[in-house]
Every structure is written in structure tokens, then in C-alpha cells.
Design a protein around this ligand. Structure first.
Ligand SMILES: NC(=O)c1ccc[n+]([C@@H]2O[C@H](COP(=O)([O-])OP(=O)(O)OC[C@H]3O[C@@H](n4cnc5c(N)ncnc54)[C@H](O)[C@@H]3O)[C@@H](O)[C@H]2O)c1
Length: 292
């Protein structure tokens, strides 16, 4: 192994930069939030896009803006990623319709407020479907094409809450820890095979998007408490979504294996490493004050 390879392995950079010009990038959840900026960032670098969202109007707006700014081809798929059959159908359409796929960004995600005892099994499963099973299904469909094409990158949006477990976010943290485990195991499988397809595990801290406003609440949660919880989370979402989206694009192109976004994500990642079983006793009171 040369010195360049060694430095790359230690810093989590997986080889020469990806070129996406003329290739296809698939982005889920592209109608707003970080997904919109991820899609625009790849389009500015000349990638054709396949964009997916359940929000038809939002998706049409983003596609219009991309088409006004660039010459790339954009194909839209209006799909509810919580619907297993629709996702199976989408996976087949993406696989058959986009042979030059080089990057898959599983960005779409949802939140569900409520303690474990306040959310039903169906509510918990809905969240796992969108945040965990769908990214795995789309990876299963598109990874073989990337392997056949000889290069590519799977980019999966985990979270800071995939590094630390947060009270009132059991379903969300479960999905994001799960996705992080999938990302790391798959990345290690692929790197052991020495192929040029990599995995980027993304862990944003609080990003200024509509995720808290769009969140569902467990049916056992008191409505006043639910409103207060949403407001509390919304307050800590401060990092600009456009900046986060650009960092994700750059990490994918550099084939980085792990990306923490924001000071909060970097600091709390370090805290969890230093105090793996007691971090919440320090962090809980700080989060409470920040959300007031
Ligand atoms: N905002 C944050 O602070 C933050 C922090 C860590 C991780 N994340 C993760 O980043 C990703 C993007 O989140 P965001 O903050 O931009 O959220 P957002 O709510 O602003 O955007 C999410 C997008 O996904 C789409 N979407 C949601 N459910 C869908 C479904 N069932 N089918 C199809 N499309 C669906 C929405 O319509 C929306 O366009 C998510 O996976 C989220 O969990 C966000």
C-alpha cells in the first residue's frame, strides 16, 4: 500500500474523486430541505438527475429551477417512500431507466415525536419504512449497476441521532443508528473487495429545514406537549441547509466514508466517544435550556 492509499484509508477518503458529468445521480427527498440543495449541487456539476419525493408541487418547483439554471436531464418520480409496493416499483424503474447511475443519495427522511410508550407499532414501523428500509431497498436495486459500471457512491443520510440516543426520539434514533450500521458494514464489505464503489455515512447536527415542522407525533402524546416538543427541536435547527447540501455533494465526490455536519455534530460525536454510557446526564439539561 502506498502512502497516498494509507492517508486515504486513515482520513476516510476512498480514492480518486468521482466525476459525475454525464452520469446519473439519484436523490430522494429532493423537493425541499437538504435534498433540494444536494440535487442542485450535482446538477451544477453536470450530472443528470433522477429526483424522488412525495411532494409533487415542491418537486416541480425544484426541477423548474434546475432546468432554468443548467442543461442537465432531470427525471421526476412522485412516490411515497413509506409505501413498500411503490418503492419496489420505483426501484425497478430507476434500475431500468438509468443505466449510467453513479451516485444514490438516500436523503428523504421523517421524524416522529413521542416516547416509546406513546407511539404505536404502526407509527414506529412507518418511520422505519421511510428512514431505514427504503434506503436499503434502493441500495439493493442500484448497487449492482454501480458495481457493473466500475464506480459509484452510495450516500445515506443518518444523523447526529444515529450517534447518540435521544429521549422522545426512539423511532428516529433506531432508524438512524440502523442506517449507520448498514453504511459502515456495507462500506467495509466493499472496501475489502477492493472495488471502487463506496459508502458515505452522513451525520448532520441541527440543520435549518422543515423536518421538525413536518414531523408526526405519536398518538399517545399530549397535543400541548407535542407542540412544545416541535418548537424545542425547531429552535436547535440552525445550520444553513444550502451549506449542508454542498458539504454532502463534496463528501460524495471525494468518496469520504463519514461526514459530520456542524459544530454540534462534531462536538457531540466526541462527547459520546468519551462518555458512551453517561452522555445524556450532561447533554439533557443543555438541550432543555437550548430549546427554551
Ligand atoms: N434537519 C436536520 O436537522 C437533520 C439532522 C440530521 C439528519 N437529518 C436527515 O436529513 C434528511 C433530510 O432531512 P431535511 O432536514 O432536509 O428534511 P425536510 O423535511 O426539510 O425534507 C425531507 C424531504 O423528504 C421528503 N419526504 C419525506 N417523507 C417522504 C416519503 N414518505 N416519501 C417521499 N418523500 C418524502 C419530504 O417531502 C421533503 O421534501 C433526512 O433523512 C433527515 O432525517 C436532518
Amino acid at each position: 500500500m502506498g502512502i497516498g492509499d494509507l492517508v486515504g484509508r486513515v482520513t476516510g477518503r476512498g480514492g480518486p474523486a468521482l466525476d459525475v458529468a454525464g452520469a446519473t445521480v439519484v436523490v430522494t427527498g429532493a423537493a425541499g430541505g437538504m435534498g433540494e440543495h444536494i440535487a442542485k449541487g450535482f446538477a451544477r456539476r453536470g450530472a443528470d438527475l433522477a429526483v424522488v419525493d412525495r411532494d409533487e408541487e415542491g418537486l416541480a418547483r425544484v426541477v423548474g429551477e434546475i432546468e432554468a439554471e443548467t442543461q442537465v436531464r432531470v427525471t421526476s418520480y412522485v412516490v411515497d417512500l413509506a409505501d413498500r409496493e411503490a418503492v419496489t416499483d420505483l426501484a425497478a424503474r430507476l434500475r431500468d431507466g438509468h443505466p449510467p447511475v453513479r451516485v444514490l443519495v438516500n436523503n428523504a427522511g421523517v421524524a416522529l415525536g413521542g416516547r416509546f410508550t406513546e407511539i404505536t407499532e404502526d407509527e414506529f414501523d412507518w418511520l422505519l419504512e421511510v428512514n431505514l428500509h427504503t434506503p436499503i431497498r434502493l441500495t439493493r436495486a442500484l448497487l449492482p449497476i454501480m458495481l457493473e459500471n466500475g464506480e459509484g457512491q452510495v450516500v445515506n443520510l443518518s444523523s447526529l441521532f444515529g450517534i447518540l440516543g435521544v429521549p422522545g426520539q426512539t423511532a428516529y434514533s433506531t432508524s438512524k443508528f440502523g442506517l449507520r450500521g448498514f453504511n459502515e458494514a456495507l462500506r467495509n464489505e466493499l472496501s475489502a473487495e477492493d472495488c471502487s464503489v463506496g459508502v458515505t455515512s452522513v451525520h448532520p447536527g441541527g440543520i435549518a429545514t422543515n423536518i421538525a415542522k413536518n414531523a408526526r407525533t405519536g398518538s399517545g402524546v399530549d397535543p400541548a406537549e407535542a407542540e412544545q416538543g416541535k418548537r424545542k427541536f425547531d429552535k436547535v435547527l440552525r445550520y444553513p441547509a444550502a451549506k449542508a447540501g454542498e458539504e454532502i455533494v463534496q463528501a460524495a465526490l471525494a468518496r469520504r466514508s463519514r461526514l459530520l455536519i456542524g459544530m454540534d455534530a462534531r462536538a457531540l460525536d466526541a462527547l459520546v466517544r468519551a462518555t458512551p454510557s453517561s452522555y445524556w446526564s450532561y447533554l439533557g439539561p443543555v438541550m432543555d435550556r437550548a430549546g427554551r
